[in-house]
Design a protein around this ligand. Structure first.
Ligand SMILES: Nc1ncnc2c1ncn2[C@@H]1O[C@H](COP(=O)(O)OP(=O)(O)OP(=O)(O)O)[C@@H](O)[C@H]1O
Length: 308
């Protein structure tokens, strides 16, 4: 069954189109990473799903129910970690959960939830003394109240150090193993890579990519670099490499002993290596480097030509 289905969602704020005819389907049991630079429209989309914002056009459904018509009923099945949500300094961890349980009319055991997110040891301490990571885990525990079928996490790892971010990802994974669908927004690709089955990249309100990170990488223009170490890289050798089908760039590094070849989708590494040897140069060593996550994110969010 489909957990989230967005059909032509558009949100116009005056002359600004925050979300532009967005179509998206998230299956039940999936961990989906919703990515995009600041201002791309991620929070607006989430707010439409939660019926906090009305779309200008289009339809949003969660578990087959219309978000705008059955928002209240749906929110019972959704756990939300809102962007930039703060803890209440005067309340203890346990009191936070008691408050969330009461608001959602659920009957969870606060202690069990605190244990699930690893802050049970600080249950009776005021949240003012919690570290940023502990506070974020506490907010996540509040999102887990009522055993939601769908977790919507808006930038859950923002402001956390790598350990804190890893712990949050671990909890997300565990919740997913319990059967929860997870919709995880972030503007940092690295934060979602380890945990998401699939990512969607939003840019200026439009979906410019929707795939696994592995596929996005292999489809990215200039996705791989072949770095060849050797001798005899004359201009004519370099020109012959440039002439090979699928080669996008050729640069010489380290005083002429290393050639870096940008490979497009159709390029063959073997063809490049053969060409080098046949034109009289020598290959001593070579390796292929994958595009970094930063390169990948930049390619989808800043290039003029992006792939849908
Ligand atoms: N209530 C509003 N009124 C007018 N413009 C808005 C409103 N809410 C959002 N916007 C604009 O819509 C665009 C999308 O904003 P949104 O917050 O959805 O982006 P985002 O991808 O969540 O960004 P970030 O990563 O910074 O949170 C931005 O240009 C923002 O300024």
């Amino acid at each position: 069954m489909t957990a989230i289905e967005l059909d032509g969602i558009t949100k116009q704020y005056g002359s600004l189109r925050a979300v532009d005819t967005l179509d998206l389907q998230i299956n039940e049991g999936e961990v989906f990473g919703f990515l995009g630079p600041n201002g791309a429209g991620k929070s607006t989309t989430i707010n439409i799903i939660l019926d906090f914002v009305k779309p200008t056009a289009g339809q949003a459904r969660v578990f087959g129910m219309d978000c705008q018509e059955e928002g209240q009923r749906l929110r019972q099945r959704i756990g939300v970690l809102p962007e930039g949500y703060d803890v209440y300094d005067r309340l203890t961890g346990r009191q936070h959960l008691e408050f969330a349980i009461e608001s959602k009319e659920a009957n969870d055991d606060p202690q069990e939830l605190l244990e699930r997110v690893g802050v049970a040891h600080a249950a009776d301490r005021k949240a003012s003394g919690y570290s940023k990571g502990m506070a974020q885990r506490l907010i996540l525990a509040m999102a887990l109240v009522g055993d939601p079928d769908l977790l919507i996490l808006d930038e859950p790892t923002t402001g956390l150090d790598p350990n804190g971010a890893r712990e949050i990802r671990q909890i997300i994974r565990e919740e997913n193993e319990r059967g929860t669908t997870v919709f995880f927004s972030s503007h940092i690709l690295g934060q979602v890579e380890a945990v998401c089955d699939r990512v969607g990249i939003l840019r200026e309100g439009r979906l410019v990519a929707d795939d696994s990170i592995e596929n996005l990488r292999s489809n990215m223009p200039g996705g791989q670099r072949l770095v060849v170490e050797g001798t005899g890289f004359s201009e004519s050798v370099l020109d012959s490499i440039r002439g090979i089908n699928g080669v996008e760039s050729v640069t010489v590094e380290t005083e002429g002993t290393v050639v870096a070849v940008g490979l497009g989708e159709d390029a063959s590494k073997t063809a490049v290596l053969n060409e080098i040897e046949e034109t009289g140069a020598t290959v001593e060593d070579f390796e292929t480097e994958e595009a970094s996550l930063e390169d990948l994110f930049a390619a989808y969010t800043t290039e003029e030509e992006v792939r849908a």
